[in-house]
Design a protein around this ligand. Structure first.
Ligand SMILES: NC(=O)CCC(=O)C(=O)O
Length: 258
């Protein structure tokens, strides 16, 4: 499975520019024969949280329309990072995923809100997990700060996820945590982890990418890129079962103790 990771610089508070850029990125990744294109967190507006009333995508309709159209036209799966959405009861940080047929196969609201970036003042937290299928592979998707909660990723892998997608706006100041946590989650859950981070600056933070793809044995397939661009990785999905057979962590869990 060929994964295209879109490490973009997000135009702060400017959905028009970001929608245009995303369309170009998806077209480029599809032309490179990617099976899955993965986008970063909150790519429609960045963390312009005090302007959500104007900037958030109402019920995600613009985002869903774009993904359905492009996924269907290019026959490519899109793990749509996340966008700021406005729903009936407030604002959310929402991931949409479109399959190659153009169908929206899942919608997930970020479950753990990040207080250091004031999300709890502006957003509602999601209430459910996020499992979906792409090309017959069971996948999970969580968003940025969710990565710090090992139980959340474990819950997804217990539900069968062989690939965890984790879009982010993770600042450069804590990029060492990002790298270590992604690698640890892949090793402890014996799955592929695809973490796609943004690059560039916003008024409060500097971002330096380090989009990362980690294999179930902990091998880093992609990392260290700091600039804007699409970075590719090939996943050999047979590795998940091979590693789980070699060290049967899922069978050896002591569910009678914890
Ligand atoms: N956007 C986020 O959730 C950022 C999370 C983060 O920076 C962290 O250190 O955790």
């Amino acid at each position: 499975m060929k994964i295209a990771c879109v490490q973009m610089d997000i135009a702060f508070g400017n959905p028009e520019r970001n929608f245009e850029a995303i369309e170009t990125y998806i077209e480029e990744a599809a032309n490179a024969k990617a099976d899955v294109v993965v986008l970063p967190e909150m790519w429609n507006a960045g963390y312009a949280l005090d302007k959500l009333d104007v900037l958030a995508d109402k019920d995600g309709s613009r985002t869903k329309e774009l993904f359905s159209r492009l996924a269907g036209a290019y026959e490519v799966n899109i793990v749509g990072g996340s966008v700021a959405t406005k729903k009936r009861d407030g604002f959310y940080n929402t991931m949409y995923v479109a399959s190659r047929t153009g169908e929206i196969v899942t919608e997930y609201d970020k479950a753990h809100l990040f207080k250091l970036m004031a999300e709890h003042h502006f957003l509602n937290a999601g209430q459910k997990m996020n499992i979906f299928e792409l090309d017959g592979v069971t996948c999970g998707g969580i968003i940025c700060y969710d990565l710090r909660f090992p139980e959340w990723i474990r819950a997804h892998t217990l539900h069968g996820a062989h690939i965890m997608f984790i879009p982010a706006e993770w600042p450069a100041a804590r990029i060492d945590h990002w790298q270590l946590l992604l690698q640890a989650r892949a090793i402890e859950n014996q799955c592929f982890v695809v973490g796609v981070n943004r690059t560039g600056d916003d008024p409060n933070n500097k971002f330096n990418g380090h989009t990362m793809v980690v294999a179930p044995w902990g091998e880093v397939l992609l990392s260290k890129q700091t600039g804007e661009g699409i970075f590719y990785a090939e996943l050999d999905l047979k590795q998940v079962e091979a590693v789980r057979k070699m060290i049967p962590v899922f069978q050896d869990r002591r569910t009678d103790l914890y």
